[in-house]
Design a protein around this ligand. Structure first.
Ligand SMILES: *Cc1c(COP(=O)(O)O)cnc(C)c1O
Length: 388
């Protein structure tokens, strides 16, 4: 056989072998950049419909594995459709960019994931978008609404200390003023909380956390109502937003066990929270499933459960005291993110992460993510790390 023939065969062989028999449980991992069409007419027909229908046209516009994940998240969140983004942060920034135009004003929760604050400070001036922060529990928000307010961006429970906002009340207020409501549902993972059912128009989440659940992939998702969909969809296509099929496949695999993982994380976190509450060295424990938590009543009303996150402050308010505890822990890894199978610890400063609420001297909190380890072992680790 000539090498020319081999060259051609190498390219054409083995590409349309029909598979006989049944079908695999999981959707196939389909890697694709170029998509081929039968004729120019076929290509033109598909292109003319791709802005309104989900059609395979080019890898930068999605792939079948990502479509499967989009459908799963759409079902979880109870929305119209879902877009995927390379990170949770990209999902948030793309949402802000899609719905806000020069001259618009946006209200952002004081409890929002800290990089959202950073993004607003870095880029909103350039886009001529103005912004204000509202108290994490929603107090006083109506007075902050301006004629040009277009979007309210909520996060409930909030990052680091889990403040809860009355989302149905916020949705009512937003809609009375013709304002869209977006909510970050990373804490609820599309499973413990349903912002769209409670009245939000847009729900954002980091699939990086519980949905994937294995600390091996980063991804973001935005699900919207039918009315809000096209604004996001067209903007995200224009910005070239898609995810790799390999990453989508990993998130899909992790998502299958979400409902069995979350209650284990939650039971562990509640046990640790209750143990910390009784500890001499601990001043404050933040976890919405604790009856002492300010958001507890709303959490009971609007959420179906909790997760593995909790934070606490020491009576010794110095940063050094917190660092000493963290460095003494053996089973909690020191690192960003959460939602994987493993326990993590992180130091946070609320003075930087909140501007509406005055945290006074209580700046430093220790955030724990309680993983799937034996809870007694985690408590024993905390016991040896905390001052006697
Ligand atoms: C982690 C996180 C994000 C961002 O997700 P990444 O994938 O890390 O970019 C967004 N919102 C919340 C509440 C988060 O905890």
């Amino acid at each position: 056989m000539s090498t020319d023939t081999i060259k051609t065969r190498l390219i054409h062989a083995g590409r349309d072998t029909p598979i006989e028999g049944g079908s695999p449980v999981n959707p196939p991992l389909v890697r694709a950049s170029t998509i081929l069409f039968d004729s120019v007419a076929h290509l033109q027909d598909v292109r003319s419909r791709r802005n309104t229908e989900r059609l395979l046209t080019y890898g930068a516009r999605g792939n079948p594995t990502a479509y499967a994940l989009e459908d799963l998240i759409t079902e979880l969140e109870g929305g119209y459709r879902t877009r995927l983004y390379p990170t949770g942060l990209a999902a948030i920034t793309q949402t802000l960019i899609a719905y806000l135009n020069p001259g618009d004003h946006v209200l952002i929760a004081d409890s929002a994931y800290e990089p959202v604050r950073h993004f607003a400070r870095q880029f909103f001036d350039r886009y001529q978008i103005s912004y204000s922060f509202f108290a994490a529990d929603g107090q006083g928000i109506e007075a902050l609404i301006r004629p040009e307010t277009r979007l309210i961006y909520a996060e409930s429970p909030g990052s680091l200390v889990y403040e809860i906002v009355d989302l149905p009340a916020l949705a009512k207020l937003a809609h009375a003023y013709g304002i869209l409501l977006a909510a970050d549902n990373t804490w609820g993972a599309g499973y413990l909380y349903s912002p769209l059912e409670l009245g939000a128009d847009i729900v954002v989440s980091a699939a990086t956390k519980y949905l994937s659940g294995h600390s091996d992939v980063v991804m973001g998702a935005v699900t919207t109502t039918e009315a809000a969909w096209q604004t996001l969809n067209l903007s995200s296509d224009a910005h070239g937003m898609t995810v790799s099929p390999d990453d989508a496949w990993l998130v899909l695999r992790g998502a299958r066990t979400l409902s069995t993982r979350l209650p284990v994380h939650a039971a562990g976190a509640l046990a640790v929270a209750n143990w910390l509450l009784k500890h001499e060295a601990v001043a404050m424990v933040y976890h919405p499933a604790l009856p002492s938590d300010p958001g507890h009543a709303l959490w009971l009303r609007d959420f179906s459960g909790a997760n593995g996150l909790l934070s606490f402050a020491l009576k010794d308010k110095s940063e050094d005291a917190a660092i000493k505890v963290i460095d003494s822990l053996r089973l909690f890894g020191i690192g960003a993110s959460w939602g994987g199978f493993e326990s993590l610890v992180m130091i946070s400063n609320l003075k930087k992460a909140r501007t509406v609420t005055d945290w006074g001297g209580q700046g430093t909190v220790i955030r724990l993510h309680v993983g799937l380890e034996d809870t007694r072992a985690l408590i024993a680790d905390l016991e040896q790390a905390l001052p006697a």
